[in-house]
Design a protein around this ligand. Structure first.
Ligand SMILES: NC(=O)c1ccc[n+]([C@@H]2O[C@H](COP(=O)([O-])OP(=O)(O)OC[C@H]3O[C@@H](n4cnc5c(N)ncnc54)[C@H](OP(=O)(O)O)[C@@H]3O)[C@@H](O)[C@H]2O)c1
Length: 287
């Protein structure tokens, strides 16, 4: 086996998706402030007026890879660039996501929430695993949600083609649950390679954006605007899930109460089998 390139032990590197807005942007700012190197996989730009971000880009500490993540061709091209240019990843933050105002379908024909929030994080993990093995922390954090707290029925077989749209508690919630479930099912096998995978609920955050239809029910929209804390709060939760008190845990979901039991755990393997099949049968050939 070839010797792996050695990473400077004093430098930590994160790969963050959805890093240019909201919680991901605050997480990017925090890690840069703490001296991390940050690679980001984003589809649109950082705020133009952020001097610290601009200076980190110029200095090479913030490296940008671009893709509309639900388009497998774009995602594969960006992942090839990451594999070619990055030396190691300590923490992968699979953070991109959000609720849509209706059911939409990806270029591959699956419902968008499922593609973006459940399938894509798995594909990114698979294709960055070699880089994670070269990092020192070997950690993956998926951004989950508490939106599925009241979910009563869950059928993994319907995630790709839901029967109807329901704001926040429908496809959005189901596909966040599915992310946490495959994380739990995959963790034991990956522990053999020293990799730890967790999912984390960033809690409520005001990440409303002008002109963007979020698909949030009116009361949640109201709470977001007037009650929820700024996205630095959620960024703190993701940061703690990665390098805080849960560092030795794997497969777990972390929310404001700490490590919590996942509902529908009996379907975790089925969800993992589904995303793994998509990886093997559709995605790997694009790499
Ligand atoms: N805010 C909350 O209260 C809350 C609560 C629980 C969980 N979360 C989760 O936290 C994560 C971050 O969300 P946020 O609240 O910070 O919202 P946000 O400000 O809208 O940020 C979402 C990020 O994901 C990116 N993204 C969305 N769809 C994408 C796609 N198809 N391809 C590439 N990138 C895409 C966005 O890119 P663009 O800038 O190009 O749109 C943006 O960078 C999400 O997974 C969300 O579900 C949020």
């Amino acid at each position: 086996m070839n010797a792996l390139p050695v990473q400077d032990p004093n430098t930590r590197t994160a790969l963050i998706t959805g890093a240019n807005n909201g919680i991901g942007l605050e997480l990017t700012r925090r890690l840069l402030n703490e001296g991390w190197q940050v690679a980001v996989l984003i589809r649109s730009s950082f705020p133009a007026d952020d001097d610290a971000i601009a200076s980190a880009i110029r200095g090479g500490r913030l490296r940008i890879y671009r893709a509309e993540l639900t388009d497998f061709r774009q995602l594969a091209e960006a992942l090839k660039q990451i594999q070619a240019a990055e030396t190691a990843i300590d923490v992968l933050f699979n953070n991109a996501g959000g609720s849509l105002p209706e059911l939409r379908f990806s270029p591959q024909g699956r419902e968008m929430h499922y593609e973006l929030q459940t399938v894509v994080p798995y594909l990114i993990y698979r294709e960055t695993k070699e880089l994670l093995l070269r990092g020192s922390l070997k950690t993956v954090v998926g951004t989950s949600s508490n939106a599925f707290n009241f979910t009563k029925t869950f059928d993994p077989g319907k995630l790709a083609r839901p029967e109807r749209f329901k704001a926040l508690t429908g496809a959005y919630a189901d596909t966040k649950l599915a992310l946490s479930l495959w994380t739990q099912a995959l963790a034991p096998a990956e522990a053999a390679d020293g990799i730890r995978l967790r999912s984390a609920d960033p809690g409520p955050n005001n990440t409303l954006r002008k002109g963007k239809k979020s698909g949030l029910p009116f009361p949640v929209n109201y709470l977001m605007r007037f009650v929820f804390p700024p996205p630095s709060s959620g960024a703190g939760r993701l940061y703690d899930a990665a390098v805080g008190p849960y560092q030795d845990k794997t497969g777990v979901l972390i929310n404001s109460k700490g490590v919590v039991e996942l509902k529908f755990a009996d379907r975790a393997q089925q969800v993992l089998d589904q995303v793994d099949r998509i990886y093997r049968e559709e995605f790997r050939q694009l790499m």
